[in-house]
Write a protein that binds this ligand. Sequence first.
Ligand code: SER
Length: 608
Amino acid sequence: MKSEEIRKRFLDFFKEKGHKIIPSSPLIPADSTVLFTIAGMQQFNSALAGEEDPLEKFGSRILASCQKCFRTIDIEEVGNDTHHTFFEMLGNWSIGKGYFKEKAIEYALEFFCDVLKLEKDRIWVTIFKGEKGISKDEDSIQIWQENGILKERIKEFGMEDNFWGPVTETGPCGPCSEIYFDRGEDFGCGDKDCGPNCPNCQRFVELWNLVFMEYNKERDGKYVKLPKKNIDTGIGFERLVTILQNKESTYETDLFLPLIQRAENLSDKTYRKDKKSFRIVVDHIRGAVFLISEGVFPDNLGRGYVLRRILRRSIKYAKVLGLKDYWYVPLIKETVKIYEKIYSEVRRKETDIISVVQKEEEKFKRTLGKGLVQFEKLLKTKIKEQKSKIIEGKEVFDLYQSYGFPMELTKELAEEKGFKVDKKGFQKKFKQHQEISRIGVKKKFGGHGIEKIGIEEEKKKIIKLHTATHLLQAALRQILGKEIEQKGSDINMERLRFDFSYNRKVTPEEIKKVEDLVNQKIKKDLEVKEKEMPFERAINSGALSFFKEKYPDVVKVYTIFDPEIAEIFSKEICGGPHVKKTSELGFFQITKEESSGVSTRRIKAILK
Ligand code: SER
């Protein structure tokens, strides 16, 4: 069964059971304290905690989705059979008044055994055995048995394995029950106690996690009963595909094989001979495609650092495999092909993705050579002076700071030569550096504040600045490149403020060009057209959206068309309101250009 078919069957199944299918939320969550989306439940977090009404927010209490996720804890594991940076998660939810354990378990077995035809006698489950004042999940034992799972295939575990903790420090959580698939004795260790969570072998693969959310973890670490219970489930999509396609590793499924084959065509080596290198290259390029498609740029901090790290790791292994120049182009294109139907942003951003990867490769190549020389020198000195085979935190940090060597790269190179790195020392140095860089960085993503202003005059001024913001974004994209992306916007009586992703200062010449372009469009007295349409259609028609925003199913699109050159100058999804004709704006002037955080620039502008 093709992966596309599996995804579809899951969503169709839950749709038939009355669930509303919710599109994946972005990998970059609205909550700026969280680095990435790591689970399907994240976009439902406030509703699960009882802080928001799921009916109001999502139009239903019972929901299902296929969610893009990205996890960084596994980066160093990538290369083995199962770990990835980017992955997808299938899930179903019942929030508040809906169904609970019984139905959740029934649905799970029906989907696995009746729809996907997994053999029931190869299914094992785990349940929460009770710990820290939370009682054993007796109900689940009974429900699993009533549904045909033998007692001996129900295993009990504690907090560490069978309790889903909140994604951030506080939040909804609860005991869980996990479904495992038995791959058979060939994969086993032969131990008589072998079963789910076996420490010796991978015979049992965890496929589906059913969380029975009953608690909220509070600031003081206590678990307090939620006012209403929820169901939160998650299937690791890649793993499920691996089992259904009967493969040993995810890299051999149709989600990865086309990428592996492309990479093989660019190399003299074969996948069978060096699986690890091929896997790292393709996993990291796939991850980078998704991060860049959401506006992340390579950087030395935060999300940008993660992107830089995976890109550089991928580049390093591409070198190991001797991949031909521009090796990433076919790999990016193939990734886009695999995912464009589900996540259309990868297609829309394909050119930007290629250009970001190309720039990062050039940058890395320039420093890599010099860095390697420095690295070799360091090792030679240590060997000559018979010092310990440890690369100190400060030395690792200097390599990072001066040559862009991510710590993990230094570690890998060092280990190849029998050296160790002082990870803790590096992290300490890195933290100090981060603190310094953070000073003055304010991350504020404001709305337009129109509702708050009552007085007519003020309203008019704000509306004009709002339209000017659209013209500014369009002009920036034309002058600086299409990869710039809105990061925030704020308008008051005096000025507009616009934050966008860009990794260097905008030069005075460029500022002038942007101003001139906006003023030219103002002078032309272009019409600002408003049209309502479904969100998907708006996006497919090329309308810009702001990824921090949650949009309703039907959105307004504002278009500014320049008939003289027969070109759409600006097209954005936006709640409005806007002026009717651009000449109402008068004269546009940029008053300030400054940094506003990591790879983010801020422009302030006025209308005169
Ligand atoms: N929150 C659980 C998980 O991510 C189930 O969705 O595994």
